[in-house]
Design a protein around this ligand. Structure first.
Ligand code: ADP
Ligand code: MG
Length: 697
């Protein structure tokens, strides 16, 4: 037992560990590790088996193996990359150790006759199997007993912090791991009933699993020790969202009475009636707005389901109550499009509409700011720049956020701070066209109420989707020519591996030039992410006005652009995109009355999964089905766009695999909040402690 003393927050400092000074502590903090407790919770990604020696004769490429060998030959090899090679054997077979980085000392110590213990991955080489840069140590003779009794954990790393270092720190930290230092926070009666391992037991097991353990179960996350932690993590996450929910609603909101006149006037001027789904969701929102608790409602509705109208109804309720409303879009293009729509709808009703985006400068900007601050502007359209730049509102009562999947809990919390005035919160309406599978909604958006617009306006002709190999590019170009000659418009979408936006833009430029050569009679526009916002907006305007027949674009057009006359879309390399993204893109066509087509032009060969995914796109236009399928094929991180937003990072839980816990954790959360609220707090801190957004609450 090691003696210890916790810091103020009751946590053990990392500096208690041997060898941890300020520099190392900083590196550990980059991994989100602030205390010894965090270290215990830093779980391995996988394991290596260094508990047994493997004979060289049985090695296969891809094996990770611990071997004891004797050097028979050591030499430098010239070649494209000079390397130092050691031929070794163990009596059953032989192997080459290859070093690209080596020094004189190493060459001197690895001479024939020397015995080594090595661990590394086995790969095929030019003369039989090799290990490249194995870990090794010199040993006195072959047949030395192996030191390790447990599987070797492999941890997530950060730069400048090697595996061996973090492993040693963990080994040390486990000396401090006691029930006093890390109390079990789940209700003990419940744990016993379930026959679940205790927390300490589970952690010890995962950091130092015995050699006879079923590695497959461990790797697939199904081991009871892991599932125990999975449940704990999901529970912490759920509790934290419940808390966010409570915090966001705590300030209270202004009750907005139901609209008596403006909504009626607005609806009377529309050339069509609302769909039943729009009416239902509109009603849910109208009801929410009358409460003195801020609304926090997520509206999910497929592309083209008419979410904007529903938002307009909410805006009218705020305006009629003498308050201001903001509609926020993720891009300037969309903000401008909304501005035009809302102006056209609302100005005839005598409502003042303003807009504010980054590109608005000087006097124009000043005027808008004034109008917003004085309350003269009743409705304001813009991007999230609205909130970053400390714009003052006269009386903001409603905030509509369009295309929510780009915002996460973090942003919702920071909006709370900026939007709060006189101790009140504006009501929030969040709209997304990315249908989110139910399991994900329940856990990722537990702080929101959810409405679903599950119906498209009548009269839409379904989009016919074709899946073609890019060897048929010429035919596809002809198709574009014909469509445009008939007065219709088309999109040509270029995709590339998303890591490189620069390459993607370049590809779009090249494609636009090629298409211009092949289709000289068409006016062709180009829009991509590296263009200036003003230039992008101008191209979009021209396309919308029908001045351009064909628009070559990167995936920047994904969100919300509305050009009803465009009825053909070509998507190059659709196999590189997620289904939800393809669905979003495809939703740009099929918005008018003309029959629409989408050509998914893939590059052969397609993987089995790739074929399956494109088949889903061909078969259905139902965003929810596509989302479920996407979740199944790619996992929740990809579906929710975790990588972009950092919105949901689980350390051990996997929502697809572990969805069976959701009902349980709802029950447990309720029980803990009622009976052991301090444990609930501690659980959130344990799992979310280092995540900024949660720490703020
Ligand atoms: P999204 O849900 O993708 O934001 P929009 O609000 O942009 O959809 O609406 C798409 C198109 O459908 C718009 O042109 C809009 O005018 C039209 N629309 C919306 N509601 C109806 C309706 N009830 N009947 C007919 N057309 C509608
Ligand atoms: Mg929209």
């Amino acid at each position: 037992m090691v003696s210890w003393s916790p810091d103020v927050a009751g946590r053990l400092s990392l500096q208690l560990l041997k060898g941890v000074g300020t520099a190392l502590e900083l590196k550990l903090q980059r991994l989100g590790l602030q205390s010894i407790e965090d270290l215990w919770m830093h779980l391995p990604l996988r394991y290596q088996d260094r508990t047994r020696l493997l004979p060289l004769a049985g090695l296969q490429p891809g094996d990770e193996a611990l071997v004891q060998v004797q050097v028979v030959l050591a030499d430098r090899a010239q070649g494209r990359r000079p390397s130092f090679l050691c031929r070794v054997q163990d009596g059953t077979g032989s192997l080459t150790l290859r070093f690209f980085h080596f020094n004189a000392g190493q060459m001197k110590s690895l001479t024939p006759g020397v015995c080594l213990e090595c661990f590394g991955e086995v790969r095929p080489g030019p003369a039989g199997l090799e290990m490249i840069h194995p870990e090794y140590r010199v040993i006195p003779h072959l047949g030395l007993p192996v030191e390790r009794a447990a599987l070797t954990p492999i941890y997530p790393l950060t730069e400048g912090l090697p595996q061996t270092r973090i492993r040693r720190l963990l080994e040390q930290s486990l000396l401090y791991l006691t029930p006093e230092a890390l109390p079990d926070l789940l209700p003990s009666a419940w744990l016993q009933r379930q026959g679940m391992p205790g927390l300490i037991e589970a952690l010890r097991f995962l950091h130092q699993p015995p050699p006879n353990v079923d590695q497959q179960a461990l790797l697939s996350g199904q081991h009871p020790a892991q599932q125990r932690l999975v449940l704990e993590e999901l529970l912490a996450h759920h509790l934290s969202l419940q808390r966010v929910r409570a915090v966001l609603r705590a300030p209270g909101a202004l009750s907005l009475p139901r609209s008596q006149t403006l909504q009626k006037q607005f609806l009377a001027r529309l050339p069509f009636p609302l769909t039943a789904a729009q009416q239902r969701v509109g009603e849910e929102i109208a009801q929410d707005l009358t409460a003195q608790v801020p609304m926090l409602r997520l509206v999910q509705g497929d592309v083209g389901s008419g979410k904007t109208l529903v938002a307009a109804l909410a805006v009218l309720q705020a305006v009629e109550a003498g308050q201001q409303a903001v509609v926020m879009a993720p891009t300037e293009i969309l903000a401008e499009q909304h501005y035009r729509n809302f102006s056209a709808w609302l100005e005839p009703l005598g409502i003042q509409v303003a807009w504010l985006v980054g590109k608005l400068k000087g006097k124009a900007r000043h005027q808008q700011l004034q109008a917003i601050a004085s309350g003269e502007a009743q409705v304001v359209l813009g991007t999230h720049a609205l909130f970053q730049e400390g714009v003052a509102f006269a009386s903001l009562a409603l905030l509509v956020i369009d295309e929510q999947h780009r915002f996460g809990v973090h942003q919702r919390l920071s909006l709370r701070e900026k939007g709060c005035a006189e101790g009140r919160m504006p009501h929030q309406l969040i709209m997304t066209a990315t249908p989110i599978p139910r399991t994900l909604t329940m856990s990722a958006y537990a702080d929101l109420d959810v409405s679903i617009i599950d119906e498209l306006p009548p009269g839409r002709t379904p989009i016919q989707t074709l899946v073609l190999a890019d060897t048929r590019r010429d035919e596809v170009i002809e198709r574009v020519r014909e469509a445009c000659q008939q007065g219709r418009q088309a999109y040509w979408v270029c995709t590339l591996i998303e890591e490189s936006e620069a390459l993607q833009c370049q590809a779009a430029e090249v494609t636009a030039a090629q298409l211009a050569e092949r289709l000289p009679e068409l006016t062709i526009g180009l829009v991509h992410g590296r263009m200036k916002a003003a230039d992008k907006a101008e191209v979009m305007r021209a396309f919308k006005a029908g001045e351009l027949a064909l628009l070559v674009a990167t995936t920047v057009i994904e969100v919300g652009v509305d050009v009803p006359n465009a009825s053909l879309m070509i998507i190059e390399n659709p196999e590189r995109l997620g289904l939800a993204q393809l669905h979003q893109l495809r939703g740009r066509v099929g918005r008018g009355t003309a029959a629409s087509h989408c050509v998914l032009m893939y590059h052969a060969p397609l993987s089995q999964a790739g074929r399956e995914r494109l088949a889903v796109m061909r078969e259905t236009q139902d965003g929810f089905r596509i989302a479920e399928k996407d979740l199944e094929l790619r996992g929740p991180g990809e579906v929710l766009g975790t990588r972009q937003t950092g919105m949901m990072q689980f350390r051990i839980a996997d929502l697809t695999r572990d969805a069976h816990w959701i009902p349980t954790l709802h029950v447990l959360a309720e029980q803990m909040l009622a009976q052991t609220p301090q444990e609930a707090e501690a659980l959130i801190r344990r799992w979310m402690g280092s995540s900024e957004a949660y720490a703020q609450v």
